[in-house]
Design a protein around this ligand. Structure first.
Ligand code: NAD
Ligand code: LMR
Length: 338
């Protein structure tokens, strides 16, 4: 009599082989930090994505329970759990996309940069694993401070000789999701019909919504511009304060991360015209990294779009954003180079 674990193991393999032979679209996705506040709902959403054939859930705690739970969902993706550093190799081997929400979140009164001390090391270790075990995977980096963790990841990959700037993407989708929501509220329309480009970075004044480039085209009063810019730049703090010490955005972030991951998978799949904002290596400004609209394709961020015409308010905002970003990027780079 085979045990339930043996039965599960052979059935999972049968399903994987069947997928591989049948040509059904399917990518292998790992979530690192999968048992956390973002990781759990993100795992749920990725298990629902028909482009995902295999879903690996890795964390340093609690993945057996999360994996058992998620694996009972009757959707196609095969789910496997991995616990702790010794299992990082198995978690990463063969992955097409690695999503990283591992790290500590803010409490009221903290800036994202206050997370640097702990999260920089976590991101370094996990990216060393990516470089070793799935060097060709696309990486979606969520861990804060994104303005510094993306440069950290880039330095780790450079050191390992695996760096491809097109495959390293900082996730700023939550800024776009918030901007769409708040702008739609002001306009009195459905947020799904609004698209607001948000460029720069992912922290305070580096979050630069381009309200002059909202699609469909619309105009705002100076008061509305000031209200919207402030609310979008401080959306994360709004949630941190409302959660009163229990964490930062997790549910809206999981939604945003799943949306961005789906965009990356559709790009990998060869779909045309896939465009999202992301914090990437770029020549859009004089800074080595900047969030801008990117076109996603089989190679990752295949094209980065220029910022387009900015109004005076946005030009002033851009200068402030660049000043802060320069320091955060340098801090990330020197963390690895020191
Ligand atoms: P959380 O504390 O609920 O979960 C983090 C998880 O990471 C935990 O399960 C923890 O065990 C795990 N972890 C810690 N060290 C690890 C390691 N070395 N390897 C694997 N897993 C490890 O936090 P959260 O609310 O899920 O937030 C996670 C991160 O995402 C924070 O840094 C937060 O600031 C950031 N965040 C980013 C955005 C964004 O827009 N980019 C939005 C929200 C939150
Ligand atoms: C967010 O924007 O919600 C995240 O970056 C988390 C935070 O600390 O604000």
């Amino acid at each position: 009599q085979p045990s339930s674990t043996q039965m599960e193991g052979s059935s999972l393999l049968r399903r994987e082989n069947c997928r591989a032979k049948g040509g059904a679209p399917g990518f292998k996705v790992a979530i690192l930090g999968a048992a956390g506040g973002i990781g759990q709902p993100l795992a749920l959403l990725m298990k629902m994505n028909p482009l995902v054939s295999v879903l690996h859930l890795y964390d340093v705690v609690n993945t057996p329970g999360v994996t058992a739970d998620i694996s009972h969902m009757d959707t196609g993706a095969v789910v496997r759990g991995f616990l702790g550093q010794p299992q990082l190799e198995s978690a990463l081997t063969g992955m097409d996309l690695v999503i990283i929400p591992a790290g500590i979140p803010r409490k009221p009164g903290m800036t994202r940069d206050d997370l640097f001390k702990i999260n920089a090391g976590i991101v370094q270790t996990l990216c060393e694993g990516v470089a070793k075990f799935c060097p060709h995977a696309i990486v979606n980096l969520i861990s804060n401070p994104v303005n510094s963790t993306v440069p950290i990841a880039a330095e780790v990959f450079k050191r390992a000789g695996t760096y491809d700037p097109k495959r390293l993407l900082g996730v700023t989708t939550l800024d776009v999701v918030r901007a769409n929501t708040f702008v739609a509220e002001v306009l009195g329309v459905n947020p799904k019909d609004v698209n607001v480009p948000v460029v720069g970075g992912h922290s305070g004044v580096t979050i630069l919504p381009l309200l002059s480039q909202v699609n469909p085209p619309c105009s705002f009063t100076p008061d509305e511009i000031s209200y919207l810019t402030d609310r979008i730049q401080n959306g994360g703090t709004e949630v941190v304060e409302a959660k009163a010490g229990t964490g930062s955005a997790t549910l809206s972030m999981a939604f945003a991360a799943a949306k961005f991951a789906d965009t990356c998978l559709r790009g990998l799949h060869g779909d045309a015209g896939i465009i999202e904002c992301s914090f990437v290596a770029s020549q859009v400004t004089e800074l080595p990294f900047f969030a801008a609209k990117v076109r996603l394709g089989r190679g990752g961020a295949e094209e980065i779009f220029p910022l387009g015409p900015l109004n005076e308010f946005e030009r002033v905002g851009l200068e402030k954003a660049k000043k802060e970003l320069a320091g955060s990027i340098e801090k990330g780079i020197s963390f690895i180079r020191k």
